[in-house]
Design a protein around this ligand. Structure first.
Ligand code: FES
Length: 106
């Protein structure tokens, strides 16, 4: 199974396995990664699954979607070029080892 490296708001790191096709948010919440709130359960309606994707994985995770883009504008933490909503990134073997930092506020 592809793996995700989460850096949590306290600086600790978690290595989490994800089923192919599940989102980074789903893998993170299932494993109790701190800081991923995911209030809407992945319905693209809350922006409380905000993460920053490490630069070397940005092409692999794809483009920000139109509605995701609007939601990120309302995210609690600063939006940067690395910002994504983790419910919108589906895991695959191509993303094995992807590194994301959980936003400090959701
Ligand atoms: S979980 Fe609500 S927008 Fe991602």
């Amino acid at each position: 199974m592809p793996k995700i490296v989460f850096t949590c708001p306290d600086g600790s790191q978690r290595l989490v396995e994800a089923r192919a096709g599940s989102s980074i948010m789903e893998a993170g919440t299932r494993s109790g990664v701190p800081g991923i709130v995911a209030e809407c359960g992945g319905a693209l309606a809350c922006a409380t699954c905000h993460v920053y994707v490490a630069e070397r994985f940005r092409n692999a995770v794809g483009e920000v979607g139109e509605f995701e883009d609007e939601m990120l504008d309302d995210a609690a933490a600063e939006r940067t070029e690395a910002s994504r909503l983790s419910c919108q990134i589906a895991m695959s073997d191509a993303l094995d080892g992807v590194e994301v930092t959980v936003a400090p506020a959701q």
